[in-house]
Design a protein around this ligand. Sequence first.
Ligand SMILES: Cc1ncc(COP(=O)(O)O)c(C=O)c1O
Length: 356
Amino acid sequence: MIRQYKSIEDEVNDAISSVLNGGKYVLAENVESFEREFAQHLGVKYAVGVASGTEAIQLALMALGIGRGDEVITVSNTAVPTVSAVSLAGATPVLCDIDPSTLTIDVEKVQDRVSRNTRAILPVHLYGMPVDMNRLSVIAGKMSIPLIEDACQAHGASIDGKKVGGFGTLGCFSFYPTKNLACYGDGGAVVTDDEDLYDKLKLLRNYGQRDRYMHEVKGLNSRLDELQAAVLRVKLKYLDTWNSQRIKLAGFYDLLIKNEDVIKLPRIDGFTNVYHLYVIRHPRRDKLMQYLVQNGVQTLIHYPIPIHFQRSYAELGSEGDFPISEKACSEVLSLPLYPELKEAELEYISDLINKF
Ligand SMILES: Cc1ncc(COP(=O)(O)O)c(C=O)c1O
């Protein structure tokens, strides 16, 4: 993160300084411009800047009128906030297992999780890998269930050139500092092609207020601020270049890691994975992780605990209910990957894995 900041330091500092000197810190020109530029980048009509990825999902659900008594289908292998956003909207999360190869929602299993209370399906483009939105859209379309995409890890990922976030009725993004497109704090966005939903989202993120002191709906305070929007405007210009660099480095890992116990994520024709994370699987993951640490390489696990094993979401399932997710959580390991990672560092890490 520091390496990235150093590479654009002057531009970022200028942008921040100009906000500070301009004296407008909330819902002003930078947020408006960023919303326009981000929507254009994704190929959608509208974007609404909000306070985080979690609230992007919560607001997307609220904009669709989803709340108490409604069910939302999502995966057991995701960041907890995907699911907490559903709870925060007042709805009930319903978990679905993942595909053993891509580790994202098993599209074939979605139908089994649908009930008469299902109001939305919330696929997660995990690790930067697009969910098969074409297949999922057909399944959801037959049942007239809207899709809300959790694209918090997948800025710029695409299927046949169409960017994720633009497939569903609504798409949700996080700009948390580690993301492919990131600010220096918390931030998020909801995108859509639907003008009514766009209008509703703008009300919902700002106390439900259209004109000052005129509150049309019950809303919250979930605004992207001007400082973060100014930073995001600088960084958006580099997103394609940074994503290309991630893809190139992931290609090196694919090539250099030859350890036969390592399982890599598949490459799918027409799918552009933007490698928010480079995730491998290994049957002795914890030992591998320890070995890498001993040799100076820090890795992370996304995620070590499936949602239904979390104390806060124990009611969503028991051991054995989502076996592919449960197994994945015991095997996945995220190797260092960011645009500024040096090829020599990547070779060193790959060598270590091959020797393990
Ligand atoms: C898949 C996924 N969904 C939702 C979120 C929530 O985003 P935020 O941390 O901006 O609230 C994150 C990020 O942590 C995420 O990775």
